[in-house]
Design a protein around this ligand. Structure first.
Ligand code: PGA
Length: 251
């Protein structure tokens, strides 16, 4: 990993968490205050309802908060949606866009994901842009082609360096306990890095490339040590402070 990249470990709480779950963030804040400083930026992307109350615990502990989605428009008649500037106003500094669950559940296309990432950048948020192939696509030998297409179509032209984060999350690894081999992760992350450098030049070198999909305490050390893996996007294992801490300090 280049010296100048600070890795990122981001928790994705998905549609989990009531105010009672803030106790886990208090526990994590306690670990951060008491332990050795982590070698990464620590982030949590809770449901939007928790961003504001969580920030009172997260901000003093140095934990960055993020949203899980945003609308491409700044405001308007879009019932149920949330704008990037609303997330920023609530205390978020990042936002996940194009998660495979949104691509699948809401039919999000690469073009829409790119527009969401642009809206995030316009509101001063760092977009975490997700890409990843399905099991059928991997078995058909199409993983590289699918992920390359998603990367080309979902990342805005003005995004590079620390302004943008890419998360490679094979769909078949999410929430299943399955993970690709270290060699497969290394190959995909090398491809992603090469494509970013060929598109953005030197500015492609500083983009953080996260791995996501069944990242847990038992496999974090091995996966986070792979070349071009600059951190992780963690679902299930981010819900409990002990598990999330074990991943943070695996770096
Ligand atoms: P998981 O989810 O860690 O529960 O597999 C990862 C994600 O979807 O971001």
């Amino acid at each position: 990993m280049p010296q100048n990249i600070t890795p990122l470990i981001a928790g994705n709480w998905k549609m989990n968490g009531l105010r009672a779950a803030l106790i886990e963030v208090e526990k994590l804040a306690g670990r951060l205050a008491a332990g050795e400083p982590p070698r990464c930026t620590v982030a949590i992307c809770p449901p939007a309802t928790l961003i504001n109350p969580m920030n009172r615990i997260a901000a003093p502990a140095g934990i960055v908060l993020g949203g899980q989605d945003c609308h491409p428009a700044a405001s308007g008649a879009h019932t149920g949606d949330i704008a990037a500037q609303m997330l920023a106003d609530a205390g978020a500094q990042m936002v996940i866009v194009g998660h495979s669950e949104r691509r699948a559940d809401h039919g999000e296309t690469d073009d829409l994901v790119r527009q969401k990432a642009m809206a995030a950048l316009a509101s001063g948020l760092t977009p975490i842009i997700c890409v990843g192939e399905t099991r059928a696509e991997r078995e058909a030998g199409k993983a590289d082609a699918v992920v390359s297409r998603q990367l080309a179509g979902s990342v805005p032209d003005q995004a590079a360096d620390e302004d943008v984060v890419i998360a490679y999350e094979p769909v078949w690894a999410i929430g299943t306990g399955l993970t690709p081999t270290s060699a497969d992760i290394a190959e995909m992350h090398k491809n992603l890095r090469d494509q970013l450098i060929s598109r953005f030049g030197k500015r492609g070198e500083g983009v953080r490339l996260l791995y996501g999909g069944s990242l847990k305490p038992a496999n974090a050390k091995e996966i986070l040590a792979i070349a071009n893996v600059n951190g992780g996007l963690v679902g299930g294992a981010s819900l409990l402070a002990d598990d999330f801490a074990a991943i943070i300090w695996a770096l």
